[in-house]
Design a protein around this ligand. Structure first.
Ligand SMILES: C[S@@+](CC[C@H](N)C(=O)[O-])C[C@H]1O[C@@H](n2cnc3c(N)ncnc32)[C@H](O)[C@@H]1O
Length: 162
């Protein structure tokens, strides 16, 4: 997804430190993905695409302490994606998605860094400025085309070197 003119983007590298934290987080019962968050710069501007109940967002706040955290999710029931939690595997109706949105809004109401956008990626317009994000965690719809569209949308939003 990089063009010839874009700066090189850092790739995740396993190190003794990241292996240690993967084991440490698991022992503490934290989410196994938390080691990724420990590689992100503190006081940065980040975005989680696909929020669900906000459990991983909570780890982002505690482990990264971002100065801005965009949380983007449509909280829409999508029965055409029946294998997804929000397509019927877990949530069974739009009412349940609406309730989840309300819970997330309340959960982060006292966190000034958090901004919530209730939209699908394909509905986003100018909410996120180009070159404004240090990082983005993409975990929305897992269909191939949807992930490709997410990458296309967010690539210009991330700062060079982000
Ligand atoms: C796997 S869950 C996210 C889990 C969360 N990141 C975590 O680790 O706890 C996927 C989320 O993507 C959202 N989603 C589905 N389609 C989307 C789309 N087109 N754009 C953005 N988000 C979408 C769903 O509403 C759902 O809450």
């Amino acid at each position: 997804m990089t063009s010839d003119t874009s700066p090189p983007r850092p790739r995740f590298k396993w190190t003794p430190k990241s292996v240690f934290f993967k084991i440490y987080d698991n022992i503490l019962g934290r989410h196994g993905r938390c080691y990724v968050l420990r590689t992100l710069p503190k006081n940065s501007v980040g975005c989680e695409l696909g929020v669900s109940r906000g459990d991983f967002s909570e780890y982002m706040l505690s482990l990264v302490n971002p100065r801005r955290l965009w949380l983007i999710d449509p909280w829409t029931y999508q029965p055409e994606l029946a294998y997804e939690p929000y397509g019927g595997q877990v949530q069974k109706s739009q009412d349940e998605m609406d309730a989840m949105y309300r819970e997330v809004s309340e959960r982060f109401a006292d966190r000034p860094a958090v901004r919530i956008i209730r939209k699908k990626t394909e509905q986003l317009t100018e909410e996120i400025a180009d070159e404004s994000l240090d990082w983005v965690y993409i975990d929305g719809c897992h269909e191939y085309e949807a992930v490709a569209a997410d990458l296309r949308y967010f690539l210009p939003k991330v700062k060079g070197g982000g």
